[in-house]
Design a protein around this ligand. Structure first.
Ligand code: SF4
Length: 256
């Protein structure tokens, strides 16, 4: 549910910005809430009534983890997200980012769509799932925005540093000409990060270490064949098993 909710909100925000830039129209909070509610309902219907179709075509139908394992969605979770939706879209429409977009009068150049955002780091292809970036001609700066539907996390800064590195490489601009922000939609807070070259180096170092860690699980580097199922170690942090998608396959997760 948290992942699905985040995906739906991000998608609706992207559509709203694109639609505004094409038409100058701003939707109401109620319209955005209705759209999100419709998509959540569709995912719930898929999960509860279209299980067989999902098994045949898992990339075409939704299956909510909660419904798959628990057979239902707890009413308290549904009520919580229903309540959250209004605040989130209200905060989006009032956010400094959206206000700047509507006030900019054509001085913004939006970055390329998501499907083209890839880069190579040490021969590894990286798909950059960045929410929104644009060039502000008046300020002569690239602006990167990451919308958050959850709370702050220690990883937020590093995630933005990777996006800043991508913008640096893609548009050949110095870090000083890039501004990065998190917009926390639950609270309406906006946080600006002053990234340094140390942040970028640190992020690249974490990236390289993570790639090496993942390569331990490749039996064949040419075919990307994984090592045996049993050789993937189970976590000792059992709280992670609660919401794990794969617990059905994993002895450790059985019954959790
Ligand atoms: S259920 Fe198994 S695979 Fe999932 S987090 Fe727990 S140990 Fe890992």
């Amino acid at each position: 549910m948290p992942i699905l909710f985040g995906q739906i909100v991000h998608h609706i925000i992207e559509q709203t910005i694109v639609h505004y830039l094409q038409t100058g129209e701003v939707p109401t909070v109620a319209e955005l809430v209705n759209r999100a509610r419709g998509q959540l309902n569709a995912a719930f219907i898929d999960s509860t009534r279209n299980r067989d179709l999902w098994i045949q075509k898992p990339n075409k139908f939704y299956m909510m983890q909660e419904v798959y394992y628990d057979g239902k969605l707890e009413p308290a979770i549904v009520a919580d997200y229903k309540e959250r939706m209004h605040t989130i879209f209200e905060n989006f429409l009032h956010s400094e980012t959206f206000q700047q977009i509507t006030a900019s009068k054509g001085s913004l150049r939006i970055g390329e769509p998501e499907q083209f955002r890839t880069m190579k780091i040490d021969d590894t292809q990286v798909f950059v799932v960045m929410d929104f970036h644009y060039f502000d001609e008046v300020a002569d700066k690239w602006i990167i925005i990451d919308w958050k539907t959850g709370g702050e996390s220690d990883d937020d800064r590093q995630q933005l540093a990777l996006y800043a590195y991508y913008v640096q490489e893609k548009y050949r601009v110095p870090l000083e000409n890039i501004e990065v922000y998190n917009e926390y939609l639950k609270t309406g807070q906006r946080k600006k990060y002053l990234l340094t070259h140390f942040d970028i180096e640190n992020t690249l170092h974490t990236f390289q270490r993570s790639v090496l860690e993942m390569k331990k699980y490749q039996a064949d580097i040419f075919t990307n064949e994984p090592i045996d199922f049993e050789d993937f170690e189970q976590t000792s942090e059992e709280w992670q098993c609660l919401r794990c998608n794969y617990k059905e396959l994993c002895v450790h997760g059985k019954g959790k």
